[in-house]
Design a protein around this ligand. Sequence first.
Ligand code: UTP
Length: 236
Amino acid sequence: MEGPVILALGGSLLRPEMAERHQWLESVRDVIANHVANGGRIGLVIGGGAPAREAIDLAKPIIDDVAALDEIGIAATRLNATVVSQMLESAGIDVCPGIPSDTNSAARALNAHAVVVMGGTRPGHTTDNVAIRLAIESKATRCLIATNVSKVHDKDPSEHADARPIDYMTLQELQKIVGPPIHGAAGTSAVIDPIGVQAAIDHSLALAVLDGGQVDRLAAALAGESFHGTIIEVGE
Ligand code: UTP
């Protein structure tokens, strides 16, 4: 049996600021239904987005503990994962009931269901790392990180007007951009969690980054066709 595709959907894609997010969600649902109808399996890992930001903002002034704030972020990712899971179930897609709380049980559930939806697992990383771990454990054919930027840039495009987009790079080159595998404060983010980048290096897992808001790109990447985004290959 061919391995599943693992798709991380960054929570920013679900935020209220995202134009036409309901239409977008329905299009994502249709792309997933089509992939499943063609015999594919998908592990979806959903980010925390607006509920994570709101709850961490609420807690931060009164809770001075990174792991406790991470737990709040995790609860938000699982809330968003529940929205996506229920949406897929309502459409009659074979989705694992409930939200697995670790990548090991999610990988096992992918042997019994076409789709598994999960959020965060434990403090100390973000859902990018969860997706990367799930890809490793489920022997995935591809691990796609869908976010709200179209490509990895050589520096942060929100701060540097001269930041250049990258089409192809190695995991080692990506690590030079995101930095060493250290967990930042709850709710902060690099283009890909540096802890996940280290795990991808350790397990020789290629990655791809793309703008998840562009559903045609998501569909192409899921199908293994060429798409607009950044391919991150395993280096030496
Ligand atoms: P996200 O994965 O959404 O992180 O988890 P992010 O990169 O900050 O946000 P997006 O991609 O822009 O939406 C939200 C927060 O939940 C905690 C972390 O504090 C993270 O910043 N978290 C999440 C964990 O501690 N462990 C997990 O497995 C997942």
